[in-house]
Design a protein around this ligand. Structure first.
Ligand code: NAD
Ligand code: TYD
Length: 368
């Protein structure tokens, strides 16, 4: 039996991961530690409420006393570290929290773990600290550049990417210096259920349903490599169970798309849903198809993000060849599943949005 501490488990990927783990390893103990920032939502953990071995702890990864107690009392042997500030636009406007949580928080966690796991008599015989990171640490690619491999030099461009790069280096150093059994995964853009509606895909869906402008930065030509969140969870699972200690693994979906094509695809998916389900027009009265208009009438090109990385692409051949990783969801079906989830879970996204952040950010990105 594995006893896991999942930091940031009330966030988007963390909540999907905890649900994935509970389904696949029902006998394991899972303790979620989450500070419940604006991005953390206990409602995303409701499906686990009656799961034996699951426990939610409201707290901060920087609270060394609390984390020490959890590691000892719950005899935890595995950490999956998701907790982070994760939104690039916020990191541009207010970088402080990114340094505090992503850099200092990871450092606090590593120090606590080192003291409990490596210095106490009661340390578990095997342990694993898995660090969840991003492809953004590698910087940006031109149209003909090869995709990022694990050997690509770090070149972070946003405060978010720089803070994640710093945390990756700390994790690496704790392995080399102290022998902490670590692994790191660097993943491309995720999408799927429980995604906070400030990121591209859920924001576009929510704005389309509620009749608000769909803000595309610059000319919409920027490219991301999209991965359905459950495929990311599957990759992390493989790395934790079979990955080599001290190694990093890139996880990606081989689904490179530019932003405007994704936004247009969301628009036509929504148009088709309204066509087939007349009830939607009664629920989402402000959405263009409710009054016979096309959803893409909401697309609005706005001022570009400062320092906007042009292209990300992941070369996942290491995890594929070493660990047998293969994504299972293709982009079209994953996007349709995501829209279905949003339509079936309106109370979830209405509750996580109070609107104030979006109003504020809209003033930073006026229509061009
Ligand atoms: P998220 O913003 O949805 O969730 C982050 C969670 O961390 C929230 O529940 C928040 O409450 C919690 N948290 C923040 N600060 C904390 C602190 N000091 N102590 C405890 N909990 C704290 O993020 P996400 O999109 O789920 O990303 C999870 C991880 O995956 C991050 O480390 C991110 O860098 C990485 N990642 C994300 C993507 C993506 O596309 N979203 C891609 C690759 C890697
Ligand atoms: P985002 O979901 O914020 O992820 P990341 O910046 O980590 O890749 O953005 C994905 C892409 O979509 C990125 O190129 C910026 C762009 N974007 C928009 O065009 N409009 C928006 O409102 C948002 C949030 C993002």
């Amino acid at each position: 039996m594995t006893s896991l501490l999942v930091t940031g488990g009330a966030g988007f990927i963390g909540a999907n991961f905890v649900q994935y783990w509970a389904r696949n390893y029902p006998g394991d103990k899972i303790v979620v530690l989450d500070a419940l920032t604006y991005a953390g939502n206990q409602a995303s953990l409701v499906p686990l409420a009656s799961h034996p071995g699951f426990r939610f702890v409201h707290g901060d990864i920087r609270d060394r006393e609390l984390v020490t107690k959890l590691l000892i009392d719950d005899k935890l042997d595995t950490i999956v570290h998701f907790a982070a500030e994760s939104h690039v636009d916020r990191s541009i406007l207010e970088p402080d929290a990114f340094i505090q949580t992503n850099v200092m928080g990871t450092y606090d966690l590593l120090e606590t773990v080192r003291k409990v796991w490596l210095e106490r008599d009661a340390a578990p015989s095997t342990h694993r600290f898995h660090h969840v990171s991003t492809d953004e640490v590698y910087g940006t690619l031109g149209p003909d550049d090869d995709a990022f491999t694990e050997e690509t030099p770090y070149a972070p461009n946003s405060p978010y990417a720089a803070s994640k790069a710093a945390s990756d280096h700390l994790v690496r150093a704790y392995h080399h210096t102290y022998g902490l059994q670590v692994s790191t995964s660097n993943c491309s853009n995720n999408y799927g259920p429980y995604h906070f509606p400030e990121k591209l895909i859920p924001l576009m869906i929510v704005n389309a349903l509620t009749g608000k402008p769909m803000p595309v930065y610059g000319d919409g030509s920027n490219i991301r490599d999209w991965l359905y969140v459950e495929d990311h969870c599957r990759g992390i699972d493989l790395v934790i169970r079979k990955g080599r200690t001290g190694e990093t693994y890139n996880i990606g979906g081989n689904h490179e798309r530019n932003n405007i094509s994704i936004v247009r695809e969301i628009c036509s998916l929504i148009d088709r849903r309204f066509e087939h389900d007349s009830g939607l027009s009664r629920i989402y009265k402000e959405s263009p198809p409710a009054s016979g208009k096309a959803t893409d009438s909401l697309i609005s090109f706005v001022k570009d993000r400062p320092g906007h990385d042009w292209r990300y692409a992941i070369d996942a051949s290491k995890i594929e060849s070493e660990l047998g990783y293969e994504p299972q969801e293709d982009f079209e079906s994953g996007l349709a599943r995501t829209l279905d989830w949003m339509l079936a879970n309106e109370p979830w996204w209405r509750a996580v949005m109070d609107g104030s952040y979006r109003d504020w950010i809209d003033t930073q990105y006026e229509t061009s």
